[in-house]
Design a protein around this ligand. Structure first.
Ligand SMILES: C[S@@+](CC[C@H](N)C(=O)[O-])C[C@H]1O[C@@H](n2cnc3c(N)ncnc32)[C@H](O)[C@@H]1O
Length: 221
């Protein structure tokens, strides 16, 4: 997914399933669940927790709904929209215990770096949405992307690496490979896993992009 100006992203409709919540809460967040296999697996394993999936791809979002219904899973809230908009608008601070960003679109070339999702700016938004002590899990099949995320995290003094990053050894309890992971593994690619923790409250003001979202769409967070 390209990194378009936020004004452009704010014009797009946000979809909710099963419906638009009155209170935007949750325990576990997955950004870009795609086919949703891991999200559904985790939700079934932890019926006591509420899972939130934010998926920008409308086709993916609408395909995921019947899959969840078929498995009769009741503890998933799906939001069809750009997490760059949805997070500052609805989930600004100290909500989730865990967040997952697995196999973000790689944009492997240097000139494409502005399109990558896990920038310092975006990771800060995700970290804001976590409770202090909350965990962020990242996985990618692109070594350069993994290194870039590590460099970005080093610039954020409110997150720390919980354990050294691993290759081909998931750091997530009760993990099943996502659709993309299974595909890359079959092709013999190495998978890089990272596990971060939020170490303190983020008191710094929101960045310009997040502030613009609130300016344009209102203040629901
Ligand atoms: C390569 S796929 C990985 C899907 C899934 N995590 C997996 O591992 O099978 C990347 C996913 O992130 C979603 N995505 C990309 N940018 C996003 C954004 N800004 N907000 C929400 N979802 C996003 C894409 O639509 C896609 O479903």
């Amino acid at each position: 997914m390209k990194h378009y100006p936020i004004e452009h992203e704010c014009r797009k409709r946000i979809d909710f399933w099963p419906d638009k919540p009155v209170v935007f809460g949750g325990d576990v967040l997955e950004i870009g669940p795609g086919r949703g296999d891991l999200l559904m697996h985790m939700a079934e394993a932890h019926p006591e927790k509420k899972f939130v999936g934010i998926e920008i791809g409308k086709r993916r979002f609408f395909k995921l709904i019947p899959r969840i219904q078929k498995r009769n899973i009741k503890n998933i809230q799906l939001i069809g929209g750009n997490a760059r908009v949805v997070l500052p608008l609805y989930y600004r601070s100290n909500v989730f215990e865990q967040a997952y960003v697995l196999f973000p679109d790689p944009w492997p070339k240097k000139r494409h770096i502005p399109h990558r999702l896990l920038s310092v700016q975006f990771m800060t938004l995700v970290a804001r949405s976590l409770k202090v002590g909350g965990d962020l899990f990242v996985a990618t099949d692109v070594a350069g992307y993994a290194g870039w995320v590590l460099e970005n995290a080093e610039q954020m003094d409110f997150v720390e690496l919980v354990r050294p990053p691993t290759m081909n050894k998931p750091l997530i309890d009760g993990y099943i490979p996502t659709f993309f992971e299974a595909k890359w593994r079959e092709m013999g690619r190495n998978i890089h896993y990272q596990h971060y923790r939020k170490t303190r409250e983020i008191t710094e003001p929101l960045d310009d992009e997040a502030r613009k979202v609130i300016e344009i769409l209102g203040d629901e967070g």
